[in-house]
Design a protein around this ligand. Structure first.
Ligand code: SF4
Length: 126
């Protein structure tokens, strides 16, 4: 679609947002294409163009929360994205994860907030 110039379809596509940036495609591409970089660039264009759908909204909330604390606090993400209905829907899973030590009930913080802010400002300037 990108090569055919179908930008509206590309920018509206939810498939774009399924990429988790795992970099496997980039590390395995025999031609050195770096597909994950292309996907990240197209995501950035979608945000800049003001594309508003569930995926872009989720992405913006995710980034906002990482910028705020440096570490994601999943209950806060669920609350901001889906509100109280989502919190209720995920409550049992949250308790199960907390009991297994996979989810903290309180937000964590980065060890060195100043270093994190410096790194973040470097990335933001790019
Ligand atoms: S497109 Fe590439 S970076 Fe994205 S999830 Fe798939 S393999 Fe990983």
């Amino acid at each position: 679609m990108v090569q055919r110039g179908e930008w509206e379809k590309v920018l509206q596509s939810n498939t774009l947002w399924l990429c988790t940036s795992c970099q496997i495609c980039t590390s395995r591409c025999p031609r050195g294409v770096r597909p994950s970089d292309v996907i990240e660039a197209v995501k950035a264009i979608a945000i800049r163009e003001g594309i508003n759908n569930d995926s872009t909204r989720f992405h913006q909330i995710f980034v906002e929360l990482i910028e705020k604390r440096g570490i994601l606090f999943e209950p806060e993400l669920i609350h901001k994205y889906g509100g109280l209905p989502a919190m209720r829907q995920q409550a049992l899973l949250g308790v199960q994860l907390a009991l297994r030590g996979k989810l903290s009930l309180l937000p964590a913080k980065v060890k060195d907030p100043q270093k994190f802010s410096q790194a973040l400002s470097k990335v933001s300037k790019k």
